[in-house]
Design a protein around this ligand. Structure first.
Ligand SMILES: [Zn+2]
Length: 412
């Protein structure tokens, strides 16, 4: 059967690109309502949290990513409705759980005699690393997405075939090209099909400022990400399947989006390095650097990651973790620092009054530095102020990551 394409991601893309206000297309809620859009009789886009692409050949499928496990039953239903009976290939664009954790549920619902899962070789190392950090990653997800409890899978479906630089799969009498690049992760693959004139970027494109700066994750690669996007633009594809958010159609707009995003990332890396080479501390750079207005584009907003975090990411990649400020090298415990603040103020009452005056001047960041320390000494006295400071900081932020961390410190 073919779908009637009631759901039209291309229309959503066009509205978004023309600057119209639309609902957040990269939120985790996108996975609660899985939709399919048929691009051609052999290729469909499946909207999910972690989109899925499906190539069809008879009743056989090649999937690019499998999405989050929470929505896999919906993906299975949609694949069956589209006439799929067997999964022959799965390509992982990278090893993040929102792209691979649906694999087991999907495979259990189809014939898999010919199955081969293909990924870049570093996906294996990632899964091994995840098994060492299940607790930590659960807490990150809880904090980042505002979930009620820590959530992270305990096991992963490993690839059957791995590659290093490039790989080719023959499916439906056509060649599907896999190309490795470093960006959000070191294990990333983008995929090209000349027959369908389509590029599958995985998370190299996600409809917001690239999340190369996540504060709680392993190293990400701002400059390399920019170079890869420039390479991807050279395929001149008619369709772009992003890792998150709606499908894009049109060679001209796709090239423009890819090159603007590339340019923005390369600008960030170049300018952070320039300031590093001049001897600035990390905090100086954070306060000096501003993203030029030309990057104020609907798909480069700090809605998921945050521009400042990308600055930190470049610093960590090239400069390690020392910030350049000597008091941050071996800082006192929060308890010790809290005692010092309270002594300096003369009493808790004086310090409460001082913090309230900072709040009335909207100096939330200054207040947060003090509150972290003093609430380690007297949690009961400072809890209400701490809630107020962090909820005010959260309200000022645009990115999901900054909001998530600030809100995690609000105890209502
Ligand atoms: Zn993702």
């Amino acid at each position: 059967m073919s779908t009637d394409n009631i759901y039209d991601p291309i229309q959503i893309s066009n509205e978004f690109l023309s600057g119209q206000e639309i609902s957040n297309q990269v939120s985790i809620e996108q996975g609660f309502n899985v939709e399919i859009f048929e691009v051609s009789k052999n290729l469909s886009f499946i909207k999910n949290f972690g989109n899925v692409a499906v190539f069809k050949y008879g009743t056989k499928a090649l999937l690019i990513d499998t999405g989050m496990a929470i929505s896999s039953n919906q993906v299975v239903k949609i694949l069956k409705q589209w006439g799929i009976e067997e999964i022959e290939y799965i390509i992982y664009t990278h090893g993040h759980v929102d792209h691979v954790s649906g694999t087991d549920i999907i495979l259990n619902a189809f014939k898999t005699d010919l199955l081969k899962i293909v990924s870049h070789e570093k996906v294996v190392e990632r899964f091994d690393r995840y098994k060492k950090t299940i607790g930590y990653n659960g807490i990150i997800n809880q904090r980042q997405f505002g979930l009620p409890t820590p959530v992270f899978p305990e096991d992963f479906r490993y690839p059957d075939i791995t590659y290093q630089d490039t790989f080719e799969i023959n499916f439906n009498d056509s060649v599907i090209n896999l190309i490795h690049g470093k960006g959000e992760t070191d294990d990333a693959t983008y995929v090209y099909s000349s027959k369908e004139d389509a590029i599958f970027t995985g998370d190299f494109f996600i409809w917001s400022l690239p999340n190369a700066g996540n504060p709680s994750k392993a190293q990400r690669y701002v400059g390399s990400w920019g170079e890869v996007l420039s390479d991807i633009s050279k395929y001149n594809a008619e369709y772009l399947f992003p890792g998150h958010g709606p499908l894009i159609k049109g060679k001209k707009i796709i090239k423009e989006i890819l090159l603007n995003t590339s340019d923005c990332l390369l600008w960030i890396e170049e300018n952070v390095l320039k300031l590093m080479n001049q001897g600035n501390s990390l905090r100086d750079i954070q306060n000096k650097i501003r993203l030029p207005d030309k990057y104020n584009l609907p798909y480069l907003l700090s809605s998921y990651d945050d521009f400042t975090f990308l600055v930190n990411s470049v610093w960590r990649q090239y400069g390690g973790w020392y910030s350049g400020i000597p008091s941050e090298l071996k800082p006192p415990s929060l308890f010790e620092m809290g005692c010092a603040y309270i002594n300096m103020a003369g009493s808790n009452e004086n310090l409460v009054l001082f913090l309230k005056s900072l709040l009335s001047d909207k100096k939330y960041k200054e207040a947060s530095v003090i509150i972290d320390s003093v609430s380690a000494v007297e949690p009961d006295i400072y809890q209400d102020l701490k809630n107020l400071i962090y909820s005010s900081l959260s309200d000022e932020e645009s990115s999901l990551m900054a909001k998530g961390i600030y809100n995690f410190n609000v105890d209502m």
